[in-house]
Design a binder for this molecule. Structure first.
Ligand code: GRG
Length: 305
């Protein structure tokens, strides 16, 4: 077994993740009301993907970070749900024929396969807008300037300086031979890392963290975000051939730059382990309150799908 699959998640962490996931899913169900029967199809399309499962790791990170700094779950809930809305819309658009052209996501038909491309595009747009509206209208008991800051950070993590920027550079680098490790890190930092970082940073802000702690937890997230991607690339190589799901994963990455391809399998494993160790060192000053964030860091490179 590779180094990257050795650390088993603790029962305690798994219980925490399940509890938080249940909480998030219950709240998501009520986050987008059907306000007019004419909107039935777009509403159905939005809810289809929003409630399609997934690990809910982004809202969980936001809630955990808020709790770490002594904030209430209630204060971070609208932001946590908004983060999942945005993650979901990015997946809907990523699956479109103009992007990855995927038929399945989270074990179900993709949004455009069920509702058509036109509705899928609009469902994504509507989820993106609802996310910002939701934070602004539903956050309670938090100073207005803090809510504005959260909205601002979210905007920059999602737009051209975040997810969208990462996706654009990723698309433009497809098929290129001369991608460097730095380029690959840049792509992942934006495409996936920016939103993950945004989760813990906004959670920390809503929990009342000071500037230094917000920056510290942000650096933690940058590292686990990158480790998540490196581990994903490694799993793609090391996972057994028996599993059909894995061979699909292989196809997906067949013409893409991956960490094992650019730096070798062993170096990639070392890189992932180093990132996780650094991330844990960064949150050491938070002591036992950071138990779940520390355990999550280990969990990220121990994933076995
Ligand atoms: C964000 C405005 C806007 C548009 C979308 C298509 C696009 C622009 C960006 C692509 C973003 C993308 C799909 C990044 C990959 C993210 C990733 C690692 C997904 C898998 O995340 P998990 O493992 O999935 O958390 P689950 O299913 O558990 O939620």
């Amino acid at each position: 077994l590779s180094m990257v699959t050795q650390v088993a998640p603790t029962e305690k962490l798994l219980k925490y993740l399940q509890e938080k996931k249940d909480y998030v899913e219950k709240q998501l169900e009520h986050s987008i009301p059907l306000i007019d029967p004419r909107l039935g199809s777009i509403h159905e399309a939005m809810m289809y993907s929003l409630l399609a499962g997934g690990k809910r790791i982004r809202p969980i990170l936001c809630l955990a970070s808020c709790e770490l700094f002594g904030g209430s779950i209630a204060a971070a809930t609208p932001t946590a749900l908004a983060l999942e809305m945005i993650h979901t819309m990015s997946l809907i658009h990523d699956d479109l024929p103009a992007m990855d052209n995927d038929d399945y996501r989270r074990g179900k038909l993709t949004n455009h396969k069920v509702f058509g491309e036109d509705i899928a595009i609009l469902a994504g747009d509507a989820l993106l807008a609802r996310a910002f509206e939701y934070i602004a209208s539903e956050t309670q008991g938090v100073a207005t300037d803090l809510v504005l800051k959260v909205i601002s950070i979210l905007g920059s993590s999602v737009g051209y300086s975040g997810i969208v920027g990462g996706q654009v550079v990723d698309i433009q680098s497809e098929g290129k031979e001369d991608i460097s490790v730095d380029d690959l890190i840049w792509i992942h930092k934006h495409k996936t890392g920016a939103l993950l970082k945004c989760c813990v940073v906004t959670g920390a802000l809503l929990g009342g963290a000071n500037k230094e702690d917000v920056s510290r937890i942000g650096e933690y997230a940058e590292r686990i975000g990158l480790a998540f991607q490196v581990a994903d690339d490694i799993l793609d190589v090391t996972s057994s051939f028996e599993e059909l799901g894995k061979s699909i994963g292989k196809d997906e990455k067949s013409n893409k730059a991956t960490f094992p391809r650019l730096m070798g399998l062993e170096e990639s494993q070392k890189f992932a382990s180093r990132l996780v160790e650094e991330s844990k060192t960064l949150i050491e000053p938070f002591g036992s309150r950071a138990y779940y964030l520390r355990a999550l860091a280990d969990y990220i490179i121990s994933r076995k799908y």
